[in-house]
Design a binder for this molecule. Structure first.
Ligand code: NAP
Length: 490
């Protein structure tokens, strides 16, 4: 678990050429930089530019200068450029996966999965870009025609988290470009190199200068607020914590900017007595352990019906204990480190709190010591309902089990949260599965499977998990378009 410090196997400075603004690479006006650390080895990988207010203004200027040309670019041409972005990402998949694995720490197999998922947003939106259509009809009064045209909103500010450095960026950039918007991406400070590696392929794919701009900053609040205060910015798409999302909603409200919010989750994973045990165990390993638990869709509360509880707990502990923990870039690793030491401290606090209230650890449960930000795969049973981890996102490889008796109780406890992003249900009774899926308050339900994310399906949450959807037929692009209605007398 104590990963040895290794020399990075990639030429990281190649992706740390400065801010990407107007198709050029430039240093921050202040000359300041931010170090990027490998969570496995704690080695500094590279230093990226630290943008301030002047740089943010330059990025908005660049996006504004490119806006007219891009919205007038024919959809077919935009589509072909997006298709080339997809092809270039696939051609560079191995390099991108290694880069993600280094700066985020996730196991290489998870990073490869992320690159494939991330690239798919370019392909999917290349296909959607040419399917944006309007409406034409006769008004009920017969007095005029109703014409509805869908137009790009304008400049979009995109803010992304560290847990999926490629996918959260492409899930926003691709539909925004398909719709005809120009964008400024602000990636998370912990994982900026992947965003710059993506920026590196845009010019080659034919994206005109200024259509995509990327900036990194150690002062995200002031830099973002300054961009949102510019009346030329008309869209904010944010993925991150609910707390920051709330603050950004109120900031965007000042200029009445359209907001899409992909926020935190607290996913229930419900296993009924009649579930296929092996299928449920396969499912929970994906829902809990993809990205070492650092996913907004991660199973955060695992509710297991009494009749199957003990067999499920035993099977899960066996599988979790067998996982290989190690450096993200090691091919054999199944569970990499957490993003920061602070993240490990938070997990440790949540586990100690639950144990202090009477929960029992059946595997793991002790944070790593030494180099790297490691926490072992952990299973906890008999977690009391007043434990902090019932309400907070664990965001780590800890699987807490709760026992339940009835279907009504499962739905009620699943819904006892301010969040409503994803939920998982395992049962052989399809009627019950659909009933419970209908009763759980979440934007996405996985029935007898551990994975929901799909570029072809609308991703997003209800309650305090967010506003709007990404991906899906029309949904993702619609977030970047406005309906213009023309009443025409002909
Ligand atoms: P975070 O702390 O909210 O940060 C997300 C992004 O917002 C980062 O780029 C961050 O920049 C930036 N940011 C922080 N404070 C800001 C401010 N005042 N103004 C503007 N931007 C600001 O979240 P995180 O820890 O990176 O990511 C984990 C969270 O994201 C979890 O809650 C997870 O559930 C959620 N998430 C949701 C989805 C979804 O689709 N619903 C997907 C993935 C993750 P810095 O890096 O510089 O702080």
């Amino acid at each position: 678990m104590n990963a040895p410090q290794k020399t990075p196997a990639l030429d990281f400075p190649a992706f740390a050429k400065g801010l990407y603004i107007g198709g050029d690479w430039r240093a921050a006006k202040s000359g300041k930089t931010i170090n990027v650390t490998d969570p496995s080895s704690e080695a500094v990988l590279a230093a990226v530019a630290d943008a301030g207010l002047e740089d943010a203004a330059a990025a908005v200027d660049a996006a504004a200068a490119a806006a007219r040309g891009w919205r007038q670019t024919p959809p077919r041409q935009r589509s072909e450029i997006l298709r080339r972005c997809f092809e270039l990402m696939i051609a560079r998949a191995d390099m991108l996966a290694r880069l993600i694995s280094h700066e985020n720490g996730k196991a290489l197999r998870d990073a490869r999965g992320e690159v494939a998922y991330a690239a798919e947003f370019f392909r999917w939106n290349a296909e959607e870009a040419v399917r944006i259509s309007g409406e034409y009809g006769l008004a009920p009064s017969g007095a005029n025609r109703i014409i509805v045209d869908y137009q790009p909103m304008g400049i979009a500010v995109l803010i992304t988290p560290w847990n999926f450095p490629a996918a959260m960026a492409t899930r926003k950039i691709a539909p925004a470009l398909a719709a005809g918007c120009t964008v400024i991406l602000k990636p998370a400070t912990e994982t900026p190199l992947t965003a710059y590696a993506l920026a590196d392929l845009f010019a080659e794919a034919g994206v005109p200068p200024g259509v995509v701009n990327v900036l990194t900053t150690s002062t995200p609040g002031p830099v973002t607020n300054a961009m949102l205060a510019d009346p030329r910015v008309r869209k904010l798409s944010f993925t991150g914590s609910t707390g920051v999302g709330r603050a950004l909603l109120s900031e965007a409200g000042k200029n009445v900017i359209s907001c899409s919010m992909e926020l935190g989750g607290n996913a229930p994973f419900v296993v009924f007595d009649d579930a296929d045990l092996e299928l449920a165990l396969d499912g929970v390993m994906v829902a809990k352990m993809r990205n070492a638990g650092e996913a907004c869709t991660a199973a955060n509360r695992i509710y297991v019906q009494s009749g199957i509880h003990d067999a499920f707990a035993e099977g899960l502990a066996k599988r979790m204990a067998a996982l290989k923990v190690g450096e993200g870039v090691d091919e054999a690793t199944e569970c990499g480190p957490m993003i920061t030491r602070k993240a490990v401290e938070k997990i440790d606090r949540l586990v100690s709190d639950a144990v202090g209230r009477g929960a029992k650890i059946t595997c793991g449960g002790k944070k790593g010591e030494g180099t790297g930000f490691f926490y072992p795969p952990t299973v906890i049973t008999d977690v009391p309902d007043d434990s902090e981890m019932v309400r907070e996102e664990i965001f780590g490889p800890v699987a807490p089990l709760y026992r339940f008796e009835t279907e009504e109780e499962a739905i009620e406890r699943a819904n006892d949260t301010e969040y409503g992003l994803a939920a998982y249900v395992f049962t052989r009774d399809i009627g019950r599965g659909l009933r419970v899926a209908g009763g759980i308050e979440a934007g996405m339900i996985a029935l007898n499977r551990g994975l929901v994310s799909d570029p072809a399906a609308p991703f997003g949450g209800v309650k305090q998990s967010g506003l709007g959807r990404e991906g899906g037929q029309h949904h993702g692009i619609a977030e970047y378009m406005e309906a213009k209605y023309i009443a025409a007398s002909i």
